[in-house]
Write a protein that binds this ligand. Structure first.
Ligand SMILES: NC(=O)c1ccc[n+]([C@@H]2O[C@H](COP(=O)([O-])OP(=O)(O)OC[C@H]3O[C@@H](n4cnc5c(N)ncnc54)[C@H](OP(=O)(O)O)[C@@H]3O)[C@@H](O)[C@H]2O)c1
Length: 248
């Protein structure tokens, strides 16, 4: 029997990158997986096709998490479709980089709205289902840049640092219902998001990573799987998957 047989999961932002790897790995461990995404229908359909090929069960749910009503209704749809919701991975995230003197209100608000508020909207919508079940596994995908200074990313690092603080309080409040809440904090990972970083900056960053390379999305997914499959007594914790780069 696979480790997550009988479990259902929702992964936000799972049409590409880290979210896709998490969804695929959850499916290969036997979970039924709802895959949320914002707009890229073709990429989302590819994820579903890959999960179907594994013999898994995948539900595609297009919704903008920056819209509270859409985010909440998407979570409800996932839970009602499967009849229960055991695992929520708050993975969707965006960047809108700018040095502070030039950062606009829009850049600030958009990033906080999707990354941090979206995490709240989905968690909050999942809580009634998980408390009723007396079981839930929530994993929030933060970032190393939520813990250290990240030039040009005041909005992003505030959102990711906020997710870490949110995780600790949520873990404490929800433990009594059998719900664990943890953070996985990736370092620089080879996805479309990181591909947007100029090559010269990428080279600079790589030279300061002790393991001397960027992460593969699967390496982030493995930490998530550990928490949801084997981490029953772990809550409020943070796993850094960053190649040792605590000060890049
Ligand atoms: N890559 C890195 O180096 C790195 C490092 C640390 C942390 N992280 C974090 O890891 C997570 C995944 O990053 P990634 O690199 O895999 O990103 P990515 O390749 O840019 O993929 C982003 C995913 O999020 C979805 N998304 C974007 N905005 C959304 C919204 N408003 N509502 C719903 N879904 C939305 C996208 O959907 P569409 O395909 O429809 O656009 C896509 O599935 C993010 O939270 C990111 O901050 C990444």
């Amino acid at each position: 029997m696979k480790r997550l047989e009988g479990k259902t999961a929702l992964v936000t932002g799972a049409s590409r990158g880290i979210g896709k790897s998490i969804a695929m790995m959850l499916a290969s461990e036997g979970a039924k997986v709802a895959v949320n995404y914002a707009s890229n229908d073709a990429a989302a359909k590819d994820v579903k096709a890959e999960i179907d090929k594994l013999g898994g069960d995948c539900l595609l749910l297009k919704a903008n998490l920056g819209d509270a009503r859409a985010a909440r209704s998407m979570v409800k749809q996932a839970a009602e479709h499967y009849g229960h919701l055991d695992i929520l991975v708050n993975n969707a995230g965006i960047t809108k980089d700018s040095l502070l003197p030039r950062m606009t209100d829009e850049q600030w608000v958009d990033v906080i709205q999707v990354n941090l508020n979206g995490c709240f909207f989905c968690t909050s919508a999942a809580i009634p289902f998980m408390t009723k079940q007396g079981y839930g596994r929530i994993v929030n995908i933060s970032s190393m840049n939520g813990q250290i200074a990240a030039m040009g990313q005041a909005n992003y690092s505030a959102s990711k640092g906020g997710m870490i603080a949110f995780t600790r309080t949520a873990a404490t409040e929800l433990a009594r219902y059998g719900i664990t809440v943890n953070t996985v904090a990736p370092g620089y990972t080879e996805t479309d998001m990181f591909a947007a970083v100029p090559p010269a900056i990428q080279a600079q960053i790589k030279s300061r990573i002790p393991l001397a390379r960027f992460a593969h999305p699967e390496e982030i997914a493995k930490a998530v799987i550990f928490l949801v499959a084997d981490g029953d007594y772990i809550t409020g914790e943070q796993i850094n998957v960053n190649g040792g780069a605590y000060e890049v």
